[in-house]
Design a protein around this ligand. Structure first.
Ligand code: PAD
Ligand code: ZN
Length: 385
């Protein structure tokens, strides 16, 4: 049964771009039909949150409770919710597909039109919000999740059950970084023996590398601006590393990969790195853009290159049925073939989100995970010395 009363919770609110984000007491209404109330254990800070905070994804996306990558424990379910009950451990999924629109019916649920429309408006699947500031102002749900908060109300399709054996501070990474990174590798069709280049080895790029290793790629060239990320990249399966400072990245990657790679993944979000992902391809190769660029950015490609039958495409949220993909990924985790926690550089509190965003801006550290409930998350926040 749904809880009847609204609750007051701590949540990280983006009031408007250009201002630091901060924790506020906000009101969360109970779940309606087809929705669930989840107590949040932990949440990852992704560069897509930074894009929202910096106002790069368009006008009108504030005030908003931030956060789209996280995990927690179901507290209550609304009417008509099957398959989830109080006490279940869940990871959040930020595209709960409607199942009825054309992309959903044609097997492309991450392109769900209903989810895209409501997510851009900061609303849940029925077009409304459960969140209000203390002054009564309506707050948007960040990417339909809003998990930089003690509790969330999400559509039932936005909460995917995970086994309690996976600590929730690690499970928090599943619903964005992991499913996006590994899904992009599947979408690209990386095969045993392929060569791969990953430009950008942050929270998501490190998952692309893990996916490429699992798919059997034999050459995996990691490109990043920082040595720290390249070390992590090697730990996750990169065979070669190229530092992106002042050197000709394209030439170096092509030299390592015997003329060019079969697959390149752009996991930064800039025109320059998208162009690099194109330029490192061998004839017939495919570049997959995962990075989100600010609205209005164009990419220029030499048209003569199309004669060499190269392909460039994008991958949104793993281009897959996220529920099925998460089941498969969980098997990899449980069997010890996919490590989750090693990409986490900082365990922080809700008060530290602005500092974590600043680390993403400067390229410092890898994933920051907000430990919202230490007991549930099975992790302790690092205490500042
Ligand atoms: P991140 O900041 O953790 O990682 C970006 C990495 O790129 C960092 O390690 C940087 O050092 C590195 N970098 C920056 N500039 C360069 C450069 N010129 N050359 C090489 N490396 C560079 O971000 P993230 O991993 O959380 O997210 C990466 C992108 O993916 C970002 O744009 C985010 O919005 C996007 C994303 N897309 C989806 C999707 O569905 N397509 C999902 C989640 C995130
Ligand atoms: Zn994300």
């Amino acid at each position: 049964m749904a809880r009847r009363a609204a609750i007051e919770i701590d949540a990280v609110v983006l009031r408007r771009p250009g201002r630091p984000v901060g924790v506020e007491r906000v009101r969360l209404d109970p779940p309606r039909a087809d929705e669930v109330l989840v107590r949040v254990a932990a949440a990852g800070v992704c560069r897509s949150d930074l894009h929202l905070v910096d106002g790069q994804l368009g006008e009108g996306r504030w005030p908003m409770v931030l956060g789209h990558e996280g995990a927690g424990v179901v507290e209550a379910v609304g009417e008509h919710v099957d398959g989830l009950s109080a006490g279940d451990h869940v990871a959040f999924c930020f595209v709960p597909s409607c199942g009825a629109c054309r992309p959903c019916r044609s097997g492309r649920p991450t392109l769900c039109e209903t989810a895209a429309r409501n997510s851009a408006a900061g609303m849940l699947m029925d077009g409304t919000s459960r969140l209000r500031a203390r002054d009564g102002m309506l707050l948007q749900h960040g990417l339909m999740v809003a998990c930089f908060a003690e509790y969330v109300v999400v559509p039932a399709g936005g909460a995917v059950r995970v086994p309690p054996s996976i600590p929730l501070w690690e499970a928090a990474l599943l619903g964005c970084g992991v499913v996006t990174g590994i899904g992009a590798v599947n979408r690209a069709g990386v095969r045993v023996g392929d060569s791969v280049c990953v430009v950008g080895c942050g929270g998501v790029g490190l998952q692309v590398i893990a996916g490429a290793r699992l798919a059997g790629a034999t050459t995996i060239v990691a490109v990043d601006r920082t040595v720290e990320k390249l070390e992590l990249a090697r730990r996750r399966g990169a065979t070669d590393a190229v530092i992106a400072a002042e050197r000709d990245v394209v030439e170096e990657v092509r030299a390592i990969a015997d003329g060019g790679v079969d697959h390149a993944f752009e996991v930064v979000g800039s025109a320059v790195t998208i162009r690099q992902a194109w330029d490192v391809l061998r004839p017939g190769g495919t570049a997959t853009v995962v990075g989100v660029t600010p609205k209005g950015v164009d990419v220029v490609l030499p048209a003569i290159d199309f004669l060499s039958e190269r392909t460039i495409t994008g991958s949104y949220y793993g281009s897959t049925d996220v529920r099925v993909a998460l089941d498969q990924i969980v098997q990899l985790v449980v069997s010890g073939r996919l490590e989750l926690g090693e990409v986490v550089s900082d365990l922080i509190g809700l008060d530290d989100v602005e500092a974590a965003l600043e680390r993403l801006r400067s390229g410092e550290g890898a994933r920051s995970v907000i430990v919202i409930d230490e007991g549930l998350a099975r992790a302790r926040r690092a205490v500042e010395p």
